[in-house]
Ligand binder design. Sequence first.
Ligand code: NAI
Ligand code: MG
Length: 513
Amino acid sequence: MAIAKKKVTKPIAKKSVVTTKKVSAQKTENPSSDDFWKYAPAPESKDHVTLKEKYDLYIGGKFVKPNSGKYYETINPASGEVIAKIADGNEKDIHLAVTAARKAYDQHWGKLPGKERAKYIFRIARMMQERAREFAVIETMNGGKPIRESRDIDIPLAANHFFYYAGWADKLDYAFPNAKPKSLGVAGQIIPWNFPLLMAAWKLAPALATGNTVVLKPAESTPLTALKLAELIHDAGVPEGVVNIVTGFGPAGASLVNHPGIDKIAFTGSTPVGKYIQKAIAGTPKKATLELGGKAAHIIFDDAPIDQAVEGIVNGIFFNQGHVCCAGSRLFIQENVAELVIRKLKQRMKTLIVGDPMDKNTDIGAINSKEQMDKINQYIKIGIKEGAEIYQPECALPAKGFFCKPTLFLHTSQSHRIVQEEIFGPVLAVQTFRTLEEVIEKANNIPYGLSAGVWTDKGSKIFNLTTQLRAGVVWANTYNKFDPASPFGGYKESGFGREGGLHGLYPYVSLQS
Ligand code: NAI
Ligand code: MG
């Protein structure tokens, strides 16, 4: 590991040429504690990655040019550099993709026995594992998230989703006792930029396992791993038209939602677009699952293991730049330990490394886009204007790209906008509470209900809270942990329907008795 303090390691590395006198002079030098914790740069290599200059749409088993003839540039948000040109898909491309998906469903995939579908899905999972390093580097280059996260979380979890649902493909009759599950037909899937490959896996794996064909629209700012996935799916020999990937902007997504040829829409993204989709499909037979915004309550009781809880708070909001719909963005600390928790949290924030996402030591990478950066900065201004006390550790941000310091807002209240609205950045609003009843009331007093976290030594408090918090996922003495076998989804304006686990199969089938 490249961790040692530079001034100590250098003389050791050059020991054949350094005199004894010089070495001892260096060794006795007393580094300041700040310097001691500086890590030497440890950038991940990009050499094994091959990217094309220009990417077309993947429709009917072929890479085809967009109807408009237009391409847009996709950038690396950590540097602003253009990485590739991406096809700007429109309504006509969506129509071609839906037609290809319908043909594949009617002629082949819809009739294929589960055990045959499973073989393809297992193959996708294995090939993703084999190419994991390449996927991780591209995810970080295009999305800005630290390589440590794309390497250790996003890509392995994406492969695991394909493994998990491949296992269900020939066992669907056991998933729904006394009912016969039938695939729906063509699924339209629209995904966001915060977990580009993982969200593609969450959507594709259960759809394919249940016998549906798919048209997937990646987010405009992070299309590259989905396009790499198109290449992988092609190499895996998945029959043409079973998976179609159409890149483009909001209007391409809207065309997919409104296309009469789709049977189901699966969407992850902002609450306003979720509401638009619900209105657009009202009165049609289209099924939908919507996974929307969040503003999770992260609750710390006085009997919690404080050091672990502080680590959980940091993991919950600062890692992945707070670009997580289930981010623990509202912190509730029991009053008698508030001072201690805040002191430790500030100390920990000082050690967070903000910078080059390709560096293996980086904790907080680049904000995904200029739009998102502007939104976060605007909320930071709002927080200050609302009278909350701001804390940001001193750290130099890279000159290029979009970066944000980890930010704490103290003395916030329920009525503050920074407490009520989704910021989607490394910004944490802190409140205190005295009783269990008070914190439940405050935690639930919000339009969202995606997730929550609780830290306490007492099991009974955990059970009490999990039954009373209006949130789809409640983590206890941990945070942001995912498993393909666990369902995920929200209450209230965080959407409806579940993804993951046995529950994640249900939105892709109709049950016949
Ligand atoms: P968005 O909801 O606009 O984008 C998500 C996906 O929907 C993208 O693929 C986009 O092209 C597509 N889309 C946009 N308009 C559409 C429409 N009318 N019909 C169909 N598809 C459409 O999210 P955006 O603008 O990228 O981010 C805005 C805010 O949304 C963020 O600041 C964050 O607060 C929230 N967000 C929440 C996410 C979550 O996981 N729940 C993910 C991404 C953003
Ligand atoms: Mg939008």
